[in-house]
Structures are given as C-alpha cells and as structure tokens.
Design a protein around this ligand. Structure first.
Ligand code: RUB
Length: 322
C-alpha cells in the first residue's frame, strides 16, 4: 500500500480543515489541535475502505496533510500523535471506533486542561490588576476568566499584534467578559508597561530548555517587562510542550506571506525593498517568570522534568510511512 493511495482516499473534511488551518481561518495552537483531531475522526467515519492496512494508510495520509499546514504550533503534531497512537484493532470497524473515541477524548481533555490551567494562572493575578496581552490565546484568556470567577476585577491593555491583528479577537473576547479594554499598537507596549501589573501570553511551542515560542513580538515584550519589573507568565497546556526538543531539535519558525506586512501597491510605491514576515519568535527562559499548565506552574528552566514524564526521551511520528 503506497501513501499516494492513502491520499487518494482522503475525505473532503480533511482538505477543508487543512486549508482552513493554512489560511488561519482556524488559528491558535489549541484550536488548531482540536480541529486536527476532529478531522481525523471525520476521516475515520467517512472513509469507505474495507481493508485494515488501507484504512491505516488513509489515516496516516490524513495526518500528513494536516501536519504540513503550519510548522510552529506543536499542539498540531501532538494531537495527531495522540489519536494515531490509539488506532488499534484487527478490522476496519475496530480501528474506526478507536480513532473516533481517541479524537473525542482529546477534544474533551483540551477543554479540561484549559479550565485547570486557568485556575492555576488566576492565582497569580490580584484583584484590581491591569493585565497586558499579546496576540490571542485561549489558554491566556482562561486565566483571566478564572480570575473573574474568583471574584477578582481586572482590566486589560491589549496589544494590537501586527500584522494579523489578533489583538482585536482578544479585545472582543475580553469585552464579552465585561473586562475594560485599552487597545494599543505594538510599539506602545513599553510605554504602557508602566501601567500594567502583569503580562500574560500564550505559546505555540515550549522547548525543553524552557524557551517559549509564541507570536512574533513576545520576546521583545518579555525583555521590556523584565526591564520594567512587570511579571510575565505563559499560559500553555501540556500539548504545547515540544517533545522533539528533548533530543536537541529546534522549533521551526513559520514565515508567512509578505503581503501580510505591506500591500503590493504600497510596496511598489516605495521601491525595491525586502520584506520579511516571521510569525513567531523565541523568548529565552530567563525572561519568563512562569509557565502555567494544567499540571501546575513551573519556572521555565524546570519544564523539562514535566516533558520527560510525559514523553520519555522523544517523540514518535505515527503518520510516517511504515
Ligand atoms: C497564535 C498565537 C497564540 C498561541 C496560543 O498565533 O501565537 O498565542 O497559538 O494560543 P496564530 P492558544 O494566530 O498565528 O495562530 O492559547 O489559543 O492555544
């Protein structure tokens, strides 16, 4: 059985999800992971192949298609791993059942982890705090939501987050929670850190040395927060821990279209310039006060102990060709 045949058996839902992730209609590390797990379940439910080996090949092909969409959020391969490692059985019906069940369990655990880490992160926030945010992170928002549930009153300074302006999504979500919001451009962050009590960000990946890989601009914000004496935490459930960094691999930083930075017409008017658009950056562990997970909070340098517990010494790639 070749992988080409596996690819030919893909159901439309897998292609739709892959395209939505690549175009960022589905975005944010946790949301991408949930969508990928659900797409695998759709593949299992929708395929009409009747041979177990061929079923396994189509599942691997689906995982590969989803995997190639965006490279930085490790929650995506972690979701694919979670589901495919549980694909066991002698016949197609058994394999299908296991995939659908694993996908549902993964999605349920995403929600539970988010709620649990929210409570941990909320304990770091005080009544009356002004929280500065960057990008849009569901894990970071869970901390604010839990603090509000604890009866604390918070307000927020929300960084716009060029070039895709995910700060607008955060601002809207915070207003739905009745949190007063001040929106600022990214360049104003250092000025407004004087008015912030806490900086709260999410993560796409966390490396074994405690480095936090998150939306471009996070590292500069963290350095400025340290200089200003404002504590900064990363809210990241454990699917954001990057198993391959345990064996020395680095995290690939996605580079996106230059048109996200400047429209072609304006660019042509300026003249011959280079434009670069890295989507993420790496914050060294010394600039981050805490990583908050559903298993508790960690100083970044000690996250490796949790990673060893969860992954052993590395990662498998069950979507690879046998
Ligand atoms: C999103 C981003 C978020 C993390 C965490 O980048 O950097 O901070 O993904 O999000 P993009 P969550 O918009 O390019 O996907 O906490 O929701 O997983």
């Amino acid at each position: 059985m070749t992988d080409d045949r596996g690819a030919a058996d893909l159901v439309p839902a897998v292609e739709d999800t892959a395209e939505s992730i690549a175009s960022m209609e589905i975005r944010g590390a946790a949301t991408i992971a949930g969508a990928a797990a659900e797409a695998l379940a759709e593949q299992a439910r929708g395929t009409d192949v009747d041979d177990p080996a061929r079923f396994r090949a189509t599942m691997r092909a689906a995982a590969r298609r989803l995997h190639e969409t965006r490279p930085t959020a490790v929650s995506l391969p972690n979701a694919l791993r979670y589901v495919l490692q549980r694909m066991e059985g002698e016949d197609v019906e058994a394999l299908r059942r296991r995939v659908v069940r694993a996908s549902a369990r993964f999605t349920r655990r995403l929600g539970e982890a988010r709620d649990r880490l929210g409570e941990v992160g909320a304990n770091r926030l005080q009544d009356g705090d002004v929280v500065m945010t960057h990008c849009h992170s569901t894990d970071a928002l869970a901390c604010i939501e839990a603090a509000l549930d604890q009866g604390k009153s918070l307000s927020a300074i929300v960084k716009e987050t060029r070039p895709r302006k995910q700060g607008h999504i955060t601002a809207e979500a915070l207003r739905e929670l009745d949190v007063p919001v001040t929106l600022i451009v990214d360049s104003a962050a250092r000025r407004y850190l004087d008015e912030a009590d806490h900086v709260l960000v999410g993560a796409d990946s966390i490396a074994a040395d405690g480095s936090v890989i998150n939306k471009i601009g996070t590292s500069g914000l963290a350095v400025n927060a340290r200089e200003r004496g404002v504590p900064i935490m990363t809210a990241a459930q454990t699917i954001k821990l990057h198993p391959e960094t345990l064996t020395g691999h680095t995290v690939e930083i996605e580079t996106r279209d230059e048109d996200e930075v400047i429209d072609p017409e304006t660019r042509a008017g300026i003249g011959d310039i280079a434009v670069e658009n890295p989507a993420f950056d790496v914050t060294p562990p010394r600039y981050m006060d805490a990583i908050v997970t559903e298993s508790g909070q960690f100083p970044p340098e000690s996250i490796v102990t949790l990673m060893r517990e969860l992954f052993g010494d590395g990662a498998q790639t069950p979507w690879a060709e046998p």
